[in-house]
Design a protein around this ligand. Sequence first.
Ligand code: LFR
Length: 488
Amino acid sequence: MTNYVAVDIGASSGRLMLGKLEEGKLKLREVHRFKNSFTFRDGHDRWDINALIGEIFTGLEKLKQEGITECSLGIDTWAVDYVLIGPDGEKLGDPISYRDSRTEGKIAELTAKISKHDIYQKTGIQFLELNTLYQLYAEDPELLRQAEHILLIPDYIGYVLTGKRVAEATNASTTQLLNLHERGFDKDLLDFLHINPSQFAELTEAGTYLGEIQSKWYEKYDIPACRVITVATHDTASAVVGTPAQGENWAFLSSGTWSLIGMELQEPVCEPLAFAENYTNEWGAYGTYRFLKNIMGLWMVQEIARNSDYKLSFAEMADQAGQLPFFTQIIDVNDPRFNHPDQMMTEIQNHCRETCQEVPESIGELTNSVYGSLALRYAKELEQMKRITGRDIEALYIVGGGSNVEILNQLTANLAGITVYAGPSEATAIGNLCVQMIASGELANVQEARERIRNSFAIERYEPQQVNSTDMLEAYNEFINNQSLGRL
Ligand code: LFR
């Protein structure tokens, strides 16, 4: 029986999960978990990539100690960030985080030279300052010139482990540098950035064999023999594979540091309405598209926790938030002011003050204001997606760590007026494992994978309770429109 290992690293934590298929059921066990965060070094907010790779080896050593001598291994992480590699094959510096301030104002600057419309027609990708396109635009030109290779984070980790370089497609699409129609890196955009196409590795589909871990690592660490598979290396792409959806008319919400709400489509949707509403068409595993929007997500709650020195656990925060009436405040969660404020609590309070709302003071009140506003935003985007795609949405599948927040699941069901299914919370790692299982032939395809997930993990169901959601959504839309007008 094959041992499958998912390395899944998000912006706030990483883990190694061991997965197996036993009597038709997926069995999952956490082997190692570690924290992740960026710190300000050498003028930028940077990830400590060597430390993350060290954690992978620690996890693999634990497996070996348990007696596991062989495994299949897949790596997924957050998207858009990259590592520059010099001629000697070594990184030119620690990768800069997408929350670094270097890209502020860069969309406006760049799109004054190439129109937004042209970029969207080529790429179908939403305009977010964190996209690799704007990061590379803001990059030190000398470093970029020295760089022989540019690898996104999971591709870089795969390269360190195996010595093989690829540009996995689900993650590469988030760069906003892929041409949807030619299904490759867009020559004009690369030219514009003074990047030679050879600096990027070959575009590779999820589910491809990458290589074995290089022998030098076995000399240093006592780890199992690992066969590395290039999975859907973008964590959100893996989360969608790991979504236990059934039938046709469903949407997903991958809920973690970010809330990614969207639909799995067979064709991209780049029509004017999608462009106007800044919807994205990220590439999914097996030729699908993730038609979605980024919503600020639990980052705001994570930051409230950090600002309050982790006085309450996330469960306690949710509990206190749930005891208060919702919608006392409405926050425009996608206001860029919440991207990376010095102090999230103060930023939320200032936003409420400036919009003449009652100012939330306690941790419970602040968390309550975020949850209510997230649920409103989810409901709004579900309506938008129906309008843009012309398709119905009958159920929402919430996966990821945020699917454990019961009150948020119920609020979302109430406001959207549809059934919400919540779980599994480890959908990303599960999606990572399933792509490996499909590659090895143990699972036939994504449909079978999703059926197994449904039969293997507890999934909670939330039916909408009677609320006057139409009035609430109208008030919300008016508030958001006023806010964005104010920002123009
Ligand atoms: C989620 C995620 C999102 C991406 C953001 C930045 O972890 O990968 O999909 O937009 O992080 O990389």
